[in-house]
Design a protein around this ligand. Structure first.
Ligand SMILES: Cc1ncc(COP(=O)(O)O)c(C=O)c1O
Length: 437
């Protein structure tokens, strides 16, 4: 049972605290009183250092769509490792993955690879600035796009700073330069009129509108089609680029998120699943915009490098991961996601608790809130709800299911319908226990 002061995880955490601040090197995996340390994974299960097996529904924060140690991906990684893992020269692998992405995403003619989604978003924002000659960017309140200063603005604006229809640019990290806040315009999510008013007020200054159509940190509620389509029209009206952040949402379908929302983006940012379990990010778009990276005639408008960018291990494993994602696989993930969302809603009702699941396809999020979640503000957890969510996550851990600390869940292709039922059962039991508290 977690927590256990005599566990090997606890001992590792104590050791970690000496050499890693707070014993941690990735804020998102921090857990109090200590995190569970993993030893290995296979399929949709992981084993911790104390030998406990659990179903993994975090899947490295949505990246591991094929679960762990998938034989095809393991083989791809081993084969490339035997040939060399990274060179100071290009390999054919980067062309093949770029071709694979261009074949799937209608608005991507060309790509540029990075090592993370954070860097992909940074490159996209810089590309939009280089292309338009403008400095400001717009983003949605509460939406997470990685840790580039500009992309982090307004990530956790507290209720005390909320103003009606007028999101404010607040700093997420201490020490964020004031100039960053001046260059980021925050729009409300899922509110066409509110967003239009803010965007028009900054017309002529904005290089890009950055949007994730189903932002996890802002509640994992799908954007209304009308909202995303309005952002497209507003981008054209004010001469800004529309950037679709599909670092998570690309896993919603064979061609990513844009066909689902009926929108064509100018730039698309990718990451996570396209690396087949290895570090990756990518920005893609039309030739005309991607030309800002082109060094053919000397220094390009936007020079971009990265020692491990386009390393052939990430490229080869990414390609192998994409090849495993056919229409039938997405249809199964969609069906399983719908089944689990319905089971979660039923479990809340059966336990007599307020709450529900949001999300689409293989992405889900548990909310302990009575109100429907549409945006950052309706998803906001007060301290009591945050405490109850944490209690639920710990109960689930002890029921053999790993869910992200913020309630996010991502299904993986090795999951069978029986695995989905096991997850649903664990949620039923955990909610029933929570109700009795
Ligand atoms: C929508 C979105 N964009 C960007 C990122 C940053 O990606 P990475 O963690 O690979 O830097 C994330 C990470 O969770 C994300 O969810």
């Amino acid at each position: 049972m977690y927590p256990d002061d005599n566990s090997k995880s606890r001992a590792l955490y104590e050791r970690a605290r000496a050499v890693l601040p707070g014993g941690n090197t990735r804020t998102t995996v921090h857990m109090s009183p200590y995190p569970v340390y993993l030893e290995r994974g296979a399929g949709c299960r992981v084993w911790d250092v104390d030998g406990v097996a659990r179903i993994d529904v975090i899947n490295n924060f949505t990246a591991a769509i094929h679960g762990h140690a998938h034989p095809v991906l393991t083989q791809a990684a081993q084969a490339q490792a035997a040939l060399g893992t990274a060179f100071g020269m290009p390999t054919a692998a980067e062309i093949e993955l770029a071709e694979g992405l261009a074949a799937r995403i209608a608005t991507v003619d060309q790509c540029r690879f990075t090592n993370s989604g954070t860097e992909a978003v940074m490159a996209a924002l810089k590309a939009a600035r280089a292309f338009t000659g403008r400095a400001k960017i717009a983003k949605c309140e509460g939406a997470y796009h990685g840790s580039y200063d500009y992309a982090e603005v307004s990530l956790d604006t507290p209720p005390s700073a909320w103003r009606a229809n007028a999101p404010v640019s607040t700093a997420y990290a201490a020490g964020t330069p004031p100039a960053v806040l001046e260059d980021v315009v925050v729009v409300p999510f899922n509110d066409v009129d509110g967003a239009a008013e803010v965007l028009r007020a900054h017309a002529g200054e904005l290089a890009a509108i950055l949007v994730d159509p189903m932002p996890n940190r802002a509640g994992l509620a799908p954007a209304d089609r009308a909202y995303v389509q309005a952002l497209r029209e507003l981008a054209d009206e004010i001469g800004a680029l529309l950037i679709f952040d599909e670092v998570i949402c690309f896993r919603l379908g064979p061609n990513g998120a844009q066909p689902i929302w009926g929108v064509e983006a100018d730039l698309t940012t990718l990451g996570k699943v396209i690396g087949g379990g290895f570090p990756i990010g990518a920005v893609g778009g039309r030739h005309e915009v991607m030309a800002v990276f082109d060094p053919t005639d000397g220094k390009p408008p936007l020079p971009q490098g990265g020692t491990f960018s386009a390393n052939p291990v990430s490229m080869r494993c990414g390609l192998a991961a994409l090849d495993l994602l056919d229409a039938e696989t997405f249809a199964r993930l969609d069906r399983q996601g719908d089944r689990l969302r319905a089971a979660i809603d039923e479990a809340f009702a059966a336990a007599g608790l307020q709450g529900h699941a949001t999300g689409m396809g293989s992405l889900l999020k548990i909310h302990l809130a009575p109100q429907p979640v549409r945006d950052y503000r309706s998803a906001y957890l007060d301290p009591e709800a945050a405490r109850r969510l944490k209690a639920l996550i710990v109960r689930l851990l002890n029921e053999g299911v790993i869910v992200a600390p913020n309630g996010l869940m991502a299904l993986s292709t090795p999951m069978t319908d029986d695995d989905i039922e096991q997850i649903a059962d664990a949620i039923r039991r955990s909610l029933a226990q929570l109700a009795r508290q």
